[in-house]
Design a binder for this molecule. Structure first.
Ligand code: ACO
Length: 434
């Protein structure tokens, strides 16, 4: 542990003379954490924290969130500054290496990624095994996991050079995998990557182009795509990242771990929310229906959530949502699109943010509230939204995985439980069961 521990907390077990003095570790930013590792040895008790709301699962130097203030830092740099001045591949380098690259490092890194954009030709065959209407996230879970079968010679996780090449491969190949999932859905030929284009341009090219005619990447769309990727690149120990770390803690290979992360991202409470927001807005249909919809959200019996609102850590405006909302206006304006769903979303936000239900619970728009509207304006079908999130988050996952593999404190992730099932009992033969 590199955090400092000058204070401690003492826990005393009621009805006994036993106590445990636990060091309080202070990181660079954020609240101190009690190191409870010796609690069981001292007192014979575990801690109970479903959802891990009060548990730091690891030490990390990559991303910091201050949920009360609405702050997000990648390696110390505010997301607003990176969104304005940086590019996605530069942010990838920053997340992986801890520092912004100089000109030569940036050039080398970009070449390193772009050298690996093609998929093994045999992987094309995988797509034919899916139904035509396969959800792109289903395809991504399968195909990313299947990459493990192609790189047997370079998956030694204890070899830094092999870890580096796996990271390049993953970052470079996920856009191709996602774009081909779409091409398969719509029955168009797969477009091979073009390494003369930027990362975002190449993705738009593989997604939109067809061999029958030339395709010019729209610079407005390319910049918006790059920005969306920056905003989604990492977000500390969220569900999918923790999934990647947990899978990786067993020594599993990085392709399998990222496939696990993609599966975890898919759920509507996490990355699947961008798709769910758009469906929700379409169902609401008109501003006049907002009040009725919000009444159903507030009625516990209906189990309806305002998708794109709320966050485990942010109890303030998600800084990514602010940038996303502004970008949404810019992109729609520049493309000359007037989407009634944007007006509907803004009205919904206004009403929700002045409603005591949302105010009292500190529920604010998260990154997914506006991203779907931009992606729709850019021509992406709803089913691609979460796949795009996965493409952008791959760098965060692989950076966190690398950090975990190198962490001397790292052990297999293995939570405990409170067992509330049957106590020990003897087997009952079938004839004696009622
Ligand atoms: N709509 C209505 N009520 C909500 C919402 C919401 N979107 N989110 C939370 N609440 C309410 C809960 O019902 C609960 O109320 P209660 O105290 O009266 O029971 C309270 O706010 C706290 O909610 P929890 O579920 O305990 O909060 P948690 O931290 O576990 O969940 C989550 C966070 C999953 C993001 C939740 O806010 C949610 O489901 N939001 C909608 C889905 C979404 O937008 N997900 C994307 C998250 S960002 C990302 O992954 C990229």
């Amino acid at each position: 542990m590199s955090g400092t521990a000058s204070r401690s907390v003492t826990i005393t077990l009621d009805g006994s003379n036993k106590s445990s003095n636990l060091p309080l570790i202070q990181g660079t930013l954020g609240p101190a954490v009690a190191d409870i590792r010796k609690l069981y040895a001292d007192l014979g008790v575990f801690t109970y924290d479903p959802g891990y709301g009060a548990t730091a699962s690891c030490e990390s130097k990559i991303t910091y969130i201050d949920g009360d203030e609405g702050v997000l830092l990648y390696r110390g740099y505010p997301i607003e500054q990176l969104a304005e001045h940086s590019s996605f591949l530069e942010v990838c380098y920053l997340l992986q290496h801890g520092e912004l690259p100089n000109a030569e490092q940036k050039d080398q890194f970009e070449k390193g990624v772009l050298r690996h954009t093609m998929l093994h030709e045999q992987i094309r065959q995988f797509y034919n095994g899916f139904r035509r209407d396969a959800h792109p996230m289903a395809v991504m879970c399968g195909v990313v996991g299947a990459l493990s079968a192609f790189y047997h010679d370079s998956m030694d996780i204890n070899d830094p050079a092999q870890r580096t090449i796996s990271a390049f491969r993953l970052i470079a190949k996920v856009p191709t995998i996602a774009a081909w999932a779409h091409k398969y859905n719509v029955g168009q030929p797969f477009m091979y990557p073009r390494n003369d284009l930027s990362y975002a341009e190449n993705f738009l090219y593989m997604f939109n182009a067809v061999p029958a005619e030339p395709y010019q990447v729209n610079p407005i769309l390319a910049r918006a795509m790059d920005l969306i990727m920056i905003l989604h690149a990492d977000h500390e120990q969220n569900a999918s990242t923790s999934t990647v770390r947990l899978a990786g803690s067993t020594g599993a290979n990085p392709f399998a771990c990222i496939a696990a992360g993609i599966a975890s991202l898919w759920g509507p409470a996490h990355g699947g929310a961008n798709e769910a927001v758009l469906k929700m807005l379409q169902e609401i249909g008109h501003k006049s229906n907002i009040k009725e919809f919000l009444a159903s959200v507030k009625d516990r019996n209906q189990h309806t959530r305002l998708m794109g609102f709320g966050h485990r850590v942010y109890k303030n405006y998600d800084p990514r949502a602010k940038i996303m909302q502004r970008t949404c206006h810019e992109v729609l304006g520049e493309l000359g699109i007037n989407d009634p769903l944007l007006d509907l979303a803004m009205e919904m936000e206004k009403i929700a943010l002045s409603d005591p239900y949302f105010v009292d619970r500190k529920l604010y728009p998260n990154v997914d509230f506006y991203s779907g509207i931009i992606l729709r304006a850019m021509g992406f079908p709803t089913s691609m939204f979460t796949a795009l999130f996965a493409v952008s988050r791959t760098v965060g996952w692989i950076s966190q995985w690398e950090e975990m593999v190198k962490d001397p404190q790292q052990r297999i992730g293995r939570p405990r439980q409170v067992y509330t099932g049957a106590a020990r009992r003897d087997f009952v033969p079938l004839a004696e069961r009622r």
